[in-house]
Design a protein around this ligand. Structure first.
Ligand code: GRF
Length: 193
């Protein structure tokens, strides 16, 4: 992957739709000396996204984009990315599917975190599906985004055991805690020669 390293950190935008706990972990990571990225922009499709508060707390620019018309929404986003010299996009609980055209514009520079061990359980309700299938473990995956949903090249995965009494919520909570560690690790991995 061709990303600039050196003294300047790679300007990164994080896309969210909800709680933003992965956004928070990425911001915290970005402030470490060893981090190759800085978080310069937060994009959301949801003006009520709780994670927007991290923009205020950490003084990072936020943009709320209405997705009623996807083509217009994506044009606006591309414009913001350009304006802010963004070189890397981290999707973190972003609930909109980006178009092929958008992805081509940032080819190889969009990452996503998904709450399952891909290629298992693409899409939604991953935890319940793993429990219903009586799987012994599930986990999370950081991968590059390509034009097929949850199908891009895998960067890192972390396995999490499923306990007998796990509900979708209890499992989600344990996996989320691992996601917060995995995303920074995956970023370090793609920047390391
Ligand atoms: C995470 O489980 C992530 O894997 C999935 O959506 C959830 C987002 O959580 N894509 P948060 O908004 O980062 O707290």
């Amino acid at each position: 992957m061709v990303l600039s390293t050196g003294t300047n950190k790679t300007k990164t935008a994080v896309f969210i739709s909800g709680a933003g706990s992965n956004l928070k972990s990425l911001i915290k990571f970005s402030k470490l000396k060893k981090s190759p990225i800085s978080v310069n922009l937060i994009i959301t499709n949801n003006k009520l996204a709780k994670g927007l508060k991290y923009g205020s707390i950490f003084q990072i620019k936020k943009k709320i984009i209405n997705f009623k018309n996807k083509e217009i929404a994506e044009k606006k986003i591309l414009n913001e990315l350009k304006k802010n010299k963004i070189e890397l996009i981290c999707l973190a609980g972003f609930m909109k599917i980006l178009s092929k055209n958008f992805i081509m514009n940032f080819k190889g520079k969009i990452l996503n975190i998904h709450p399952s061990l891909l290629p298992k359980y693409k899409g939604l309700n991953t935890h319940q599906r793993a429990i219903d299938n009586k799987d012994k473990y599930s986990g999370c995956t950081v991968h590059f985004v390509n034009s097929k949903l949850d199908s891009g090249k895998i960067i890192l995965q972390k396995r999490v055991n499923i306990n007998k009494n796990d509900s979708s919520d209890s499992l989600a909570k344990r996996i989320l805690a691992q996601e917060h560690k995995l995303y920074p690790k995956a970023i370090l991995k793609i920047f390391s020669p």
